[in-house]
Design a protein around this ligand. Structure first.
Ligand SMILES: [Fe+2]
Ligand SMILES: [Fe+2]
Length: 183
C-alpha cells in the first residue's frame, strides 16, 4: 500500500515548489514595482491555475478521505494505538483540540485558499497594479505556509497515531478515487 500521509506530504512539496514562483514574483513586484508586471503576472496566473486544479484536488483528498477517517477514529475513543498509550482523560482532551484543528483546516482554511486562488486569477487577468498584486500574492503565500505547516506539525502526526492500517488503506483508496476522477 502507498502510505496516504506520505503521499499528501509529497503533494505539499510539489505544490510548494510551484508556490516558490509566486514568492519570487512578490519579491520582484515589491522591489521593482510596475516594471516587474510583465514577468510577475504570468507567474501569478499560473499559481492561480494550480490552486484551482492540483491544490484543490489535494484539499479534496484531505476533506473527503483523511479528515473523515480521523473524525471517525477520534469518535471511537482515539483509536487503538492511542488507547494503549494514553489515559482516557488525555485522549479526550486531545480529541477536542484535534477536532477544532480539523474544523479550522476544513471549514476555514481550505475555503480561504480557494478564495485566494480565485483572487489571484482575477487580478492576473486584468490590469491590477504591482502593489495590489504583491499584497494578494503575499496573503496567499502566508496562508499556504501556515496551513501546510499546521497539517505537517499537527494533523499528519495525529493521523499516523490515530489511524489503523485498515483505516489508512481505506484513506489511500479514497484518495486514489479522487485522483482518478480528475484524470
Ligand atoms: Fe489542506
Ligand atoms: Fe495539505
Amino acid at each position: 500500500m502507498h502510505d496516504p500521509i506520505d503521499q499528501l506530504l509529497a503533494e505539499h512539496r510539489e505544490i510548494m515548489a510551484e508556490v516558490e514562483t509566486l514568492r519570487r514574483a512578490v519579491l520582484d513586484l515589491r522591489a521593482r514595482g510596475d516594471a516587474a508586471l510583465p514577468g510577475a503576472v504570468p507567474a501569478l496566473a499560473s499559481v492561480g491555475r494550480m490552486m484551482a486544479t492540483r491544490l484543490l484536488r489535494h484539499a479534496r483528498k484531505e476533506d473527503e478521505a483523511l479528515f473523515p477517517a480521523i473524525e471517525h477514529a477520534l469518535g471511537a475513543g482515539g483509536g487503538p494505538t492511542a488507547v494503549m498509550r494514553e489515559d482516557h482523560r488525555a485522549i479526550h482532551e486531545r480529541a477536542t483540540v484535534f477536532r477544532e484543528t480539523l474544523r479550522e483546516l476544513n471549514e476555514v482554511e481550505h475555503p480561504a485558499i480557494v478564495a485566494g486562488g480565485a483572487r489571484l486569477r482575477a487580478l492576473a487577468g486584468g490590469g491590477a497594479d504591482a502593489a495590489t498584486l504583491a499584497e494578494t500574492g503575499e496573503q496567499v503565500v502566508s496562508l499556504l505556509d501556515l496551513h501546510f505547516g499546521k497539517e505537517e506539525d499537527i494533523l499528519f502526526p495525529m493521523a499516523r497515531e490515530a489511524l489503523s492500517r485498515d483505516a489508512l488503506r481505506a484513506v489511500a483508496e479514497r484518495m486514489a478515487a479522487i485522483e482518478a476522477e480528475a484524470a
